[in-house]
Write a new protein. Structure first.
Length: 275
């Protein structure tokens, strides 16, 4: 039996989407990513866990405010303690820590620039059990007009550090020691496999994209796909809108809006020769 994937404090650990029409969302995401979905919520509160090869990858839930969107969760050791620090550093807690039965405890927050994110203190569900393969979550990216202000908020909460991959690939967010955690648990070969990557790449937990001054900050989820163009065409055929496509040193991406209005990015990994 495969070892459970666990997430240290400060590592992005889970994503879900809230959708007004669960059946329509099931049809779209199953068709796009090949997910199987099963309801893990209590009676009257559906929460559809998506799996690939029997492993948890994401979830779909009803939209509480009528708007569709994706949520990124950050693992924390203590949701109450971390939520208490959010307003100290200029953020807002919009939903106080709430138990999700034995699965864990969550809280909803907004950073000082307006980007919404969530905290997750794991119980029985530690987070995504499969990632970085086609059809699964790859990264979440923080889009912000003010990198310095963003880091002044997130670093005290999660211990994040930044490093740059170069002008064509942007910046990444690291949790120091995360690569060693992966090597000791679910990915023993990570350091050898990434020997040609920039130092600290194994510690990466998210991306940071600098936007124009005055633009709203946001978190955006990124899913791995085997072929960007084929996946974008599939998404369009299922009713999505392809907003833009682009390429960088590491990937070919397409930003899409699903049929109910939630935005996400499809990413085909195309790394340079690191040998």
């Amino acid at each position: 039996m495969a070892e459970t994937r666990t997430y240290p404090h400060g590592v992005t650990s889970w994503v879900d989407t809230e959708q007004p029409d669960l059946d329509a969302a099931r049809t779209f995401y199953s068709g796009l990513f090949g997910w199987r979905l099963a309801d893990a919520g209590p009676p009257g509160s559906p929460y559809l866990i998506a799996t690939l090869d029997g492993l948890d990858v994401a979830a779909i839930a009803p939209a509480t405010d009528g708007a569709a969107g994706w949520n990124t969760y950050v693992a924390v050791d203590d949701a109450e303690a971390t939520a208490a620090k959010v307003p100290i550093h200029g953020g807002t807690v919009t939903t106080m820590p709430t138990a999700a039965g034995p699965a864990g405890t969550w809280a909803a927050c907004v950073d000082p620039q307006g980007a919404a994110f969530r905290l997750w203190q794991a119980g029985r569900r530690p987070g995504a059990q499969l990632a970085n393969v086609p059809g699964s979550w790859n990264f979440s990216h923080l889009y912000t007009p003010d990198r310095t202000a963003a880091m002044a908020f997130y670093t005290p909460l999660f211990g994040w550090q930044t490093f740059d991959l170069g002008p064509d690939a942007g910046s990444m967010l690291q949790v120091p020691g995360y690569g060693d955690h992966l090597a000791a648990t679910v990915d023993p070969d990570i350091h050898e496999r990434q020997a040609g990557a920039p130092p600290g790449f194994a510690d990466v937990t998210a991306g940071l994209v600098l936007t124009e001054p005055g633009t709203p900050a946001r978190w955006q989820v990124v899913f791995s796909v085997a072929d960007r163009d084929a996946s974008a065409a599939t998404a369009a055929g299922l009713g999505a809108t392809v907003l833009e496509t682009s390429e960088n040193k590491w990937s070919r991406v397409a930003m899409i809006r699903d049929p109910q209005g939630a935005e996400l990015t499809l990413s085909q990994f195309t790394p340079p020769d690191l040998g």
